[in-house]
Design a protein around this ligand. Structure first.
Ligand code: MN
Ligand code: MN
Length: 324
């Protein structure tokens, strides 16, 4: 009796959150698409992280299912630091009523590192250890242009959907610079936040991919290193330029989530991270219903649940949601 009562209560609660407003339902589906897309790309790519395209072909033919393994010897469907750092970033928002400060972000990442994550990048570790030792939550400008700030950025895009662009830029750089502070990582991370937001908002207007790619084109115009049309990029390192070129090519050339993600991870290299970034953008664009069911079925259940809970919590706090 007690459990059926609490079941009813939780149904009533979730019904209140659901809202029958179709525009809100759409936002929520696309917010979930972004978080689940990130996790799926991470779980899919982790199998082939650090392999070359040739090694992938030899081992798997075409790698196109959630199978675990890889250098981390993961169970099928497990996610890595790319997704769990995004969870930490989501918590920095959801555990605070106000917008997080630099220190709130740093504390969230510190808590994440204390949880003994399955993997952790050198630049990320350095930034968090520096915060522990000095209390400084913003890295000084450095030469290190790794992809670790970009891979985790989806929650900022969701919670600030519809916010003024300077608010979005400030929050994006604040979370990024806990660990990464370089003009190229700043620009790429802000671009990916903008692409996720364009995916969610543009899909309603039927202009999804065009508005998403408009952001990519702006990046390539401002920093020609990121130019992505032409010769196929492969075997990307963790350098943000290599990572982004593989991701942008795949988004540019594929009109659905599944084929974009398969293209990205089969390029090898830092495949969990290219998968995560392509996944958050393509998931935002196509929504929860655009994600392959067979991959969702094989995603780790705890990660799946947290993606949904965080996506819902973040998008309901966004100015775009509040206005509907
Ligand atoms: Mn990873
Ligand atoms: Mn990686």
């Amino acid at each position: 009796m007690l459990s059926s009562l609490s079941l009813l209560q939780s149904m009533a609660l979730s019904l209140r959150g659901v809202s029958s407003n179709p525009a809100r339902l759409r936002l929520r589906s696309h917010a979930r698409g972004a978080m689940l897309g990130l996790a799926l790309g991470d779980a899919l790519g982790a199998t082939v992280e650090f392999l070359t395209p040739r090694e992938i072909r030899k081992q798997y033919g075409r790698h196109d299912r959630i199978r675990g393994g890889g250098w981390l010897r993961l169970p099928p469907g497990q996610v890595t630091d790319d997704t769990t750092m995004a969870f930490a970033l989501a918590e920095a928002w959801l555990l605070n009523r106000h917008a997080p400060s630099d220190e709130d972000y740093a504390r969230a990442f510190d808590t994440w590192m204390r949880g003994k994550p399955v993997d952790i990048g050198n630049t990320v570790r350095r930034g968090i250890v520096r915060f522990r030792n000095t209390g400084q939550a913003c890295m000084p400008l450095s030469e290190d242009a790794g992809n670790g700030a970009c891979m985790r950025c989806a929650p900022t895009a969701l919670v600030l959907l519809g916010a003024p662009s300077d608010t979005i830029a400030r929050a994006t750089l604040s979370q990024a610079r806990v660990t990464h502070h370089h003009p190229l990582t700043d620009a790429a991370t802000l671009t990916v936040v903008n692409m996720v937001q364009a995916g969610i908002l543009g899909s309603a207007a039927g202009a999804g991919l065009r508005t998403v790619m408009a952001q990519a084109n702006l990046l390539a115009r401002e920093f020609p290193l990121f130019r992505f049309r032409g010769k196929a990029a492969e075997n990307p390192s963790g350098y943000i330029v290599d990572t982004m070129r593989v991701v942008l090519q795949a988004i540019d050339l594929n009109d659905n989530f599944e084929s974009a993600l398969i293209q990205v991870v089969n390029c090898g290299g830092d495949a969990d991270t290219t998968g995560a970034i392509a996944g958050m953008v393509m998931g935002a664009l196509h929504g929860e219903a655009g994600l392959p069911e067979r991959w969702l079925r094989d995603l780790n259940r705890d990660a799946w649940r947290r993606c949904i809970d965080y996506a819902d919590g973040l998008i309901e706090r966004s100015p775009a949601w509040q206005r509907l």
